[in-house]
Design a protein around this ligand. Structure first.
Ligand code: UDP
Ligand code: MG
Length: 156
């Protein structure tokens, strides 16, 4: 079994549709309430270069150009969250990409109806975290700290 890593980090973007709809606080709150710690947070107006690099794995697909245009269409919020199994946990809280498959109770399942305008991005593996996070954050913009309540949320 893999070692219990309480400090796994996940990269998240609250997409421009969520910012426009006033859902940024709601989404950050869901991650906080689950027990993830915010270790990086900023408002960003994503550049075309950043969006293209972030979504390089989708280059050539039919939705790629439209996705890039959506991601640069207004301010977004970039986040790094930390906690046990943070990457898988974030994906679970986000819900499926397809609006007909995202379960009620998830961010997408509760708040979105469209496969593109789906409010949130989350890295899907350690490899995608390593690729995406440095596109938006410099090392000094991430913070190491403890929350006093950690011992009540995680056994030690
Ligand atoms: N997307 C889209 N049309 C599609 C599939 C995806 O516009 O048919 C957009 C959507 O915003 C999605 C993003 O492209 O979140 C990246 O797609 P991916 O399959 O990686 O989904 P995710 O990992 O975000 O769930
Ligand atoms: Mg993806």
């Amino acid at each position: 079994m893999a070692a219990d890593n309480l400090r796994e980090r996940a990269f998240v973007i609250i997409k421009p549709d969520a910012v426009q709809r006033g859902l940024a606080g709601e989404i950050i709150g869901r991650f906080e309430r689950k027990g993830l710690r915010v270790v990086g947070l900023k408002l960003v107006h994503i550049t075309p270069e950043q969006a293209r690099r972030q979504y390089a794995c989708h280059e050539g697909k039919a939705f790629y150009e439209s996705l890039v245009n959506f991601m640069i269409s207004g301010p977004a919020v970039a986040l790094v969250l930390e906690g046990r199994d943070a990457i898988a946990l974030v994906r679970k809280l986000m819900g499926a990409t397809d609006p007909l498959k995202s379960e009620p109770g998830t961010i997408r399942g509760d708040h979105s109806v469209d496969i593109k305008h789906n409010l949130v991005h989350g890295s899907d593996s350690a490899e995608s975290y390593a690729h995406e996070m440095p596109i938006y954050f410099a090392p000094h913009e991430l913070f190491d700290y403890e929350l006093a309540l950690t011992g009540w949320m995680y056994y030690r």
